[in-house]
Write a protein that binds this ligand. Structure first.
Ligand SMILES: Cc1ncc(COP(=O)(O)O)c(C=O)c1O
Length: 374
């Protein structure tokens, strides 16, 4: 059994992917070939925004808008401590200061109720609060109506980190369309993944889009060798775009539906012993992960051992919240600062979730979990 079964998916569309790759090899435009632009157009249309700027990774997708907004030393950016390192890493990388606020205990997404306190914290540190990066954790969009209200009151630029959330929705509005700019990742295990690294940025703001396209290729101006700003080598490879075009067809047609069928089955068959993910009314998750809570850290270890003994893959996302990681020690946070993130980190674990998980496999996982020794 696989945690995420990329082989089963490949089997389904192998000949189409082979054809797409062959076509890139035939035209030879390995950098910024026609597939890159075809993909950008299709993704922008799907998400419902004017611009999609593909790039080399989900991390670059976060870095590029920060650079485009000239966010740097002396600036602060709010985010969640319960996420993958990349979300906060890019803030530090541009020389700005990450300001963490806690999450909701039900969805594990950022709780915008913490913004007011963060505003005070930023003032007391003598910094300039510029932006917020909410994360669509495990596939579930964050609470954007409230985030957008509070961000506009505090003049904050919003970057939606939809690295895990591509395909999710709030009231039929797609992830990737919230905030001022949204980003995603095509890391192979993501809901829409390629066969290497890749990412994309979405925005309705044409001026910003043009700056971000320039930053993606070394800050180029009208002429390729006339550089007008500092940028990066952040392009998506044509071969990856070609692969994504085929994967995107099945993603939008049925993979999201299949993932939701697996999650519904888990939710209706796991006993009350486990807290399963809460999806607020009107929200849809793309199920990057299916994460559940054990009643304690000790119980979690025992349950995970049961799963491993039965050859069922299991992983902890995330064992250490970012404010307690060595890399961010100098920010001065301590244990107890974000109690909900810390508690969830002690109890959470993820079980196999992908569109090709067979019913017998789902039944086996449910049976092992429901009968796991305490
Ligand atoms: C929430 C979040 N943000 C950003 C990233 C970075 O994406 P990438 O690995 O494509 O750079 C990831 C990837 O795991 C992620 O989960």
């Amino acid at each position: 059994m696989q945690f995420i079964d990329l082989k089963a998916q490949q089997k389904r569309i192998k000949s189409k992917i082979d054809q797409r790759i062959q076509s890139v090899l035939a035209h030879g435009k390995y950098i910024m070939g026609p597939e890159v632009f075809e993909l950008e157009e299709k993704l922008a249309d799907y998400v419902g925004v004017k611009n999609c700027i593909s790039c080399a990774s989900g991390t670059d997708a976060l870095l590029i808008p920060l650079l485009a907004k000239n966010i740097g030393p002396g600036d602060a950016v709010i985010t969640t401590p319960f996420t993958y390192i990349a979300t906060a890493e890019v803030i530090a990388l541009v020389g700005a200061t990450p300001i963490f606020i806690d999450i909701y205990p039900e969805t594990y997404n950022i709780d915008p109720g913490g913004i007011e306190k963060a505003v005070e914290e930023v003032k007391s540190k003598g910094l300039n609060l510029r932006a917020i990066i909410p994360v669509d954790l495990f596939g579930l969009p964050a609470r954007y109506r409230m985030i957008e209200d509070l961000a506009s009151q505090n003049n904050l630029f919003i970057i939606e980190d939809a690295a895990q959330g591509f395909g999710g929705e709030i009231r039929s509005k797609k992830a990737g369309s919230f905030g001022d700019v949204a980003t995603t990742s095509f890391f192979p295990a993501k809901p829409l993944g390629c066969y290497g690294d890749g990412g994309a940025i979405f925005t309705d703001n044409d001026d910003l889009a043009s700056i971000m396209r320039s930053i993606r290729v070394h800050g180029g101006g009208v002429d390729k060798y006339d550089n007008v700003r500092v940028g990066i080598n952040g392009r998506l490879d044509t071969i990856q775009a070609a692969i994504l075009l085929e994967k995107f067809n099945i993603f939008k047609e049925y993979e999201i539906e299949l993932r939701n069928a697996v999650s519904d089955y888990y939710k209706s068959n796991l006993t009350k012993r486990y807290k399963t993910p809460h999806i607020p009314e009107g929200y849809m998750s793309s199920w990057a992960q299916f994460s559940i809570l054990a009643s304690s850290s000790l119980e979690r270890s025992q349950i995970m051992k049961n799963l491993t003994d039965k050859k069922i893959p299991n992983v902890i996302y995330y064992r250490i919240p970012l404010h307690l990681q060595k890399v961010f020690k100098k920010l001065g946070y301590k244990k107890g600062d974000f109690p909900i993130s810390e508690k969830i980190a002690d109890q959470i674990f993820s079980i196999p979730m992908h569109p090709y998980l067979q019913k017998e496999q789902q039944n086996k996982i449910i049976e092992v979990l429901n009968n796991a020794k305490k």
